[in-house]
Design a protein around this ligand. Structure first.
Ligand code: HPA
Length: 273
């Protein structure tokens, strides 16, 4: 893994210039951020040694660097999911590579279902903690005592506060809650959603949790924001589908853009230490 990460980092470093402190993984509905990138340099995942190639059409993978309102950042546009190949480590090389490139803070975004009636489709939610309902862990097989990663405050509290403040300043709608990872690719059953509610979950989705674990293992500061694309299974009569995820994600994109422009500017002017 270290060799792959070093190869990937060397390949990227030659092409992207100055070091970036902030990276964002773009989930469904955050594509606008990639479109807004100034002076973009785009490197398809398929060109980077060890990077995964996602088969989900809406997640075409590319590493991008550039500026948003003058603030430098790195984007991972597209992710590989556990449900594609049953590989929880699918994002290990990209995340390890961020660390090797000098990135300090990683904000993960995704599309999620909401268990709460007061958190509607189209809105955004800060992830404050997670429940790994899959039982799968990307660090299985890792060696050394570093694999016993502490996940208290996995979603960095200071970063969470800064994201809340940015939302307020930008007047972007931002709820918050606990994200529960189901492996997918099928959606959950209504009974699973009822069980999840009892367990303390507010949001459900098919990504992010393995990336958070890998990023904490790598020593990155982590934050997470979900774009709510639907009420969770059994809460509404409309059938859940990937098409619905993509359609509703587009309606929440403007709020997410407002939020992320504010976060990026704030972290640039006042970096976390
Ligand atoms: N469940 C799991 N993943 C999702 C959902 C959902 O309801 N909506 C968007 N991604």
């Amino acid at each position: 893994m270290t060799t792959e990460i070093n190869k990937a980092a060397a390949y990227i470093r030659d092409r992207i210039g100055e070091q970036k402190r902030l990276a964002i993984v773009l989930g469904s509905g955050l594509g606008d951020l990639a479109d807004a990138l100034q002076d973009p340099i785009t490197i398809p995942y398929q060109d980077i040694p060890g990077f995964p190639v996602s088969g989900v059409a809406s997640h075409a993978g590319a590493l991008m660097v550039g500026h948003i309102d003058g603030a430098p950042l790195l984007l991972l546009a597209g992710r590989a999911h556990y449900y594609e190949h049953g590989d929880a480590k699918a994002m290990a090389v990209p995340i390890g590579t961020l660390k090797a490139l000098g990135v300090e803070t990683l904000i993960l975004t995704n599309a999620a279902g909401s268990l709460r009636k007061d958190v509607p489709p189209g809105s955004a939610s800060l992830i404050t903690d997670h429940i790994n309902f899959s039982g799968i862990n990307p660090l299985i097989g890792a060696t050394g005592n570093e694999r016993f990663v502490d996940l208290c405050d996995a979603y960095n509290p200071e970063l969470c506060d800064r994201i809340r403040a940015a939302a307020k300043a930008a007047e972007a709608e931002l709820h918050e809650g606990v994200y529960v990872w189901f492996s997918g690719p099928s959606f959950e059953t209504p009974a699973e959603i009822r069980a999840t509610r009892v367990l303390g979950g507010d949001l459900v989705g098919m990504s992010t949790v393995p990336e958070v674990i890998l990023a904490r293992h790598a020593g990155l500061r982590v934050g997470g924001v979900s774009l709510i694309t639907n009420y969770a299974a059994g809460m509404e009569s409309e059938e859940l589908s990937h098409a619905m995820t993509m359609r509703v994600a587009a309606t929440g994109a403007e709020n997410m853009m407002k939020l992320f422009r504010a976060i990026i500017a704030d972290l640039h002017v006042n970096p976390l230490t």
